[in-house]
Design a protein around this ligand. Structure first.
Ligand SMILES: Nc1ncnc2c1ncn2[C@@H]1O[C@H](COP(=O)(O)OP(=O)(O)OP(=O)(O)O)[C@@H](O)[C@H]1O
Length: 697
């Protein structure tokens, strides 16, 4: 039989019994024998022991307590909160109202007392007894193991477990048996306390880390941020808000919102703005839009303050970026100059076309303003706020066209960029894409384009996902489509799809009456509106055929404005005296027709050049002409001569360049126009360059 002294523990409930018994076992269980009883469960006979520890004074008056033998001495326990759970309380924000629920009045107040003594004094404890009414709703209840008494409407219950015996009660038990020298109780307690402190420090560090991380995040946001808890205490106030409200974070955090925000409209909105979600608010230096939202789980409120000026600036910058990348339509209908019936009619039609969403085909000679009209149609359409992208097919090397238009997935071909590429169609989503010189596209691209028009969807190269797109297509050409279709160069089905709507732009010679208006327009654009033009010069300009149309006219005016002395343009300022007597052949007429064996002939040319050691030189010249054309710069013999010195190991004289250009023109790879129209690479010239590119791959 156990010879140790017997301690009986009597509690009201089973839960308290288990907790106190476990506590005594851990502390003095090795020197005394512990038996425990809960009155609400005990059905056996009389309880005897050397001493009885009763968990609460109130139990002594309970009828059930008679089961304890009256001979046995009794120690009434002093209880303290179970510190193992107080970390659950420390995370509740300061000043929060909490119900403290226990079974009887004395234990409610005891619990509050002991919590405050333990340092958990940052909460606003509201004592709550079983069955008591509460006037204001409180969302959190704390109870030391008495969950049953917590009112149903409380949203969150924190059970900190039954209160434990305090150190003095355990010492009293030991003294009773005169065993107090045998066990170093304070050491055991200290160990527990140290362990608890460690956990608290750890939690505290984690909280500090999270707080500083969160602070960095909210300070990094470009808007002002304000958060208040359910009690109206400010819990977040970031750097941007400091400057908007001209209040420091240190002053604001932890204070009641009404002490900080003096503007009554704003205060009302922050606290009660359930109806509206945002409001405009002005300070001396700022105009801000305040957005407000409630966090349902803890009834806190978060507001963001967006500086409208900054927002507009950001939008402006974004727009500028888009413009520089060509994502915004530059022209409106008013930018199209001309009083003639022809151009007025074209403008009226464009206005009507803009109202629909259908594909438009614009036909017109080079330089008649096709891009200008496409841009104006977009600007007038419902899509005007969406992107506008202009793609010039003659500017893109054939093998790049597909990747540029449709994009690709990562690793879909050698040299594909990491992360893949978003194609132009995807980039133009919600807007308009202008496909210039559509007659230049290969049959492969024609087939893909047809699919875009039919299905309104694309698939990236190497991808398997179908991407729906909402893009309006405006295509333009200066080619004769009928000829191209007849010779099998262009798909008839694609042609019809593109030509859902149609706009023909008249060449300048058909509306020569517009010439004076256009000349004035270009003078103003050059800031030289004060310059007059000699009548004779005007007559000569009016009799010219202008195959390069408005672009050619613009170049001519730019030239004459540069060379003229004084305030009048005279005959001597005309670029060259043969200039207006020539009938300049159009692009198509200068392109040499190769017939069915064209590819063969191109290959033969490359082989010939290779054999004669001329390949690098001719291809270099062709490539430079191509590049200059893309940049819409004039191809000059002097410039080409300088470029040879820079990029080849020798310099070709201007005379040598002249011979070579003549030779390239004879072969149909370039077309040379007299005067300002300049030298251009022909489609065959481009094909030859591409063929050379393929060989290099
Ligand atoms: N009616 C006009 N009023 C003012 N400027 C014009 C007009 N038409 C064309 N231009 C100007 O002429 C130049 C050529 O116009 P645009 O590029 O639109 O022609 P295009 O038909 O698309 O040429 P291409 O077929 O060679 O691409 C541009 O500088 C444009 O601003």
């Amino acid at each position: 039989m156990d010879s140790r002294k017997q301690v009986g523990v009597v509690t009201g409930t089973e839960m308290t019994r288990v907790a106190l018994c476990q506590q005594l076992e851990e502390t003095i269980g090795d020197i005394v024998q512990i038996d425990s009883y809960a009155l609400d469960e005990w059905t056996g006979g009389t309880i005897t022991a050397d001493v009885i520890v009763v968990s609460s004074k109130v139990l002594l008056d309970e009828p059930g307590f008679q089961i304890v033998s009256p001979k046995v001495p009794i120690i009434v326990a002093r209880r303290i909160i179970n510190y193992n759970y107080i970390d659950r309380l420390l995370v509740i924000p300061e000043g929060t109202d909490v119900l403290l629920v226990n079974d009887v009045k004395s234990t409610v107040y005891d619990s509050i007392n002991s919590l405050e003594k333990l340092g958990v004094d940052h909460l606003n404890y509201i004592p709550h007894l079983p069955g008591e009414m509460q006037i204001r709703p409180v969302s959190i209840a704390i109870t030391p193991g008495e969950i049953a008494y917590v009112p149903e409407w409380v949203e969150k219950v924190i059970d900190i477990g039954p209160r434990l015996l305090d150190l003095s009660t355990i010492l009293e038990v030991l003294r009773f048996f005169e065993l107090h020298d045998e066990v170093n109780l304070s050491e055991k307690y200290m160990k527990k306390i140290i362990q608890l402190s460690r956990e608290l420090v750890k939690t505290n560090n984690e909280t500090l880390f999270l707080n500083s991380h969160l602070k960095k995040v909210i300070d990094g946001v470009h808007d002002g941020i304000l958060a208040i808890n359910a009690q109206g205490i400010i819990t977040a106030f970031n750097e941007n808000l400091e400057s908007i409200l001209a209040i420091s974070r240190e002053t604001a955090i932890g204070r009641k919102i009404e002490d900080i925000i003096i503007d009554t409209d704003l205060l009302y909105f922050v606290i009660n703005g359930d109806v509206e979600e945002n409001m405009l608010f002005s300070t001396k230096h700022y105009e801000v839009v305040v957005n407000r939202f409630k966090i349902i789980t803890d009834h806190s409120i978060v507001c963001t303050f967006k500086d409208t000026k900054k927002t507009i600036e950001i939008e402006k910058k974004l727009k500028q970026k888009m413009v520089s990348q060509g994502y915004v339509a530059k022209y409106k209908l008013n930018d199209i100059i001309g009083e003639s019936a022809e151009i007025q009619e074209a403008k009226q039609i464009a206005n009507k076309l803009a109202k629909t969403n259908l594909t438009v085909l614009i036909e017109g000679e080079s330089g008649t303003g096709k891009e200008l009209f496409a841009s104006a149609i977009h600007s007038l359409s419902e899509r005007r706020l969406g992107p506008y992208l202009a793609v010039n097919f003659s500017a893109l090397p054939e093998d790049l066209v597909e990747a540029e238009l449709f994009g690709y997935e990562e690793g879909s071909f050698t040299g594909a960029k990491k992360g893949g590429k978003v194609g132009l169609f995807e980039q133009a989503n919600g807007g308009t894409i202008f496909l210039d010189e559509i007659g230049d596209i290969s049959s492969k691209i024609q087939a893909r384009l047809l699919r875009v028009l039919q299905e309104k969807e694309i698939m990236r190269i190497g991808g398997n996902k179908i991407i729906p797109i909402d893009v309006r297509i405006i295509a333009a050409t200066n080619c004769n489509f009928v000829e191209m279709i007849n010779s099998g160069k262009f798909r008839v089905d694609l042609y019809h799809r593109l030509k859902a709507l149609y706009l023909r732009l008249p060449p300048l010679r058909e509306r020569i009456g517009d010439l004076p208006h256009l000349i004035r327009h270009f003078m103003i654009a050059n800031g030289k509106e004060y310059i007059q033009i000699d009548d004779d010069v005007l007559k000569q300009l009016q009799s010219y055929t202008w195959n390069g149309n408005i672009r050619e006219l613009k170049n001519t005016i730019d030239y004459m404005l540069t060379v003229c002395d004084g305030t009048k343009i005279r005959n001597s300022d005309i670029p060259n005296h043969h200039f207006f007597e020539m009938t300049v052949p159009s692009d198509e007429q200068t392109v040499k027709e190769y017939g069915p064996s064209k590819q063969e002939k191109l290959k033969e040319t490359l082989v010939d050049w290779e054999t004669n050691g001329e390949r690098a030189e001719y291809l270099f010249l062709l490539n430079e002409i191509y590049e200059l054309n893309q940049r819409k710069e004039l191809v000059g013999r002097k410039k080409l001569s300088e470029l040879t010195e820079e990029h080849l190991s020798y310099r070709l004289t201007e005379q040598q360049i002249r011979y070579r250009l003549q030779y390239l023109e004879d072969l149909g790879f370039i077309s040379k126009r007299k005067g300002r129209a300049g030298t251009k690479i022909t489609p065959d010239g481009r094909e030859l360059l591409m063929m050379d590119g393929e060989r290099n791959d």
